[in-house]
Design a protein around this ligand. Sequence first.
Ligand SMILES: *Cc1c(COP(=O)(O)O)cnc(C)c1O
Length: 223
Amino acid sequence: MSVTDNLLAVRAALPAGVILVAVSKTHPAEAIAEAYAAGQRVFGESRPQEMKAKYEALPKDIEWHMIGHLQTNKVKYIAPFVAMVHSADSARLLDTIDREAAKCGRVIDVLLEIHVAEEESKSGWSMSELADYLAGGAWRGLRNVRFRGVMCIATNTDDEWRVRRDFETLMQYKAQLAAYFDDGFDTVSMGMSDDYPLAVECGSTMVRVGSRIFGERDYGGKQ
Ligand SMILES: *Cc1c(COP(=O)(O)O)cnc(C)c1O
């Protein structure tokens, strides 16, 4: 199966209205160009410098989504062009995105990454930290970020019950948080290659699919 075949198969299985983020991290610009030729315009990356290099090499109507953990000192690399940051997981990061976006005269869409998985190591806000942050109100002064919704990475397990529970938890949190925001708070980013059909069943509006489209990743021993 080619990238094109894989992409079309994934897309055919998604209901209308669910956005596909094709996760191209570690894959070369040529693979992205193939998906682009098949009509894909939204791509996800997890390293700022890699995203920037691909942005420079590829057509400018691509929407780039940052899905991996983002360090504050790297926001500057992507602020001029990134369409959405899925991994907004701290007040400091949100402040930095706001500041860097302002320098570029832009407003950047962000999702609040929430920790729902069993593993302690996974990133994201706990609901109590996030509730404190939102109640504090300082975020209302961020003029150059737009809060668009929530994101999670489910527990890495074959236990479908557990994964479903993670997705349902995120849906409940999103409903609770919506009270703080206007109508634009409508995105639920959940579901990856192994669990996106389940995520869609649970209410996902945006799935992040990598290996099922581009094949297995080779981190060159770096990760
Ligand atoms: C790598 C990655 C994905 C895609 O994973 P696949 O299993 O290859 O689909 C999705 N979301 C995040 C946050 C990732 O880091």
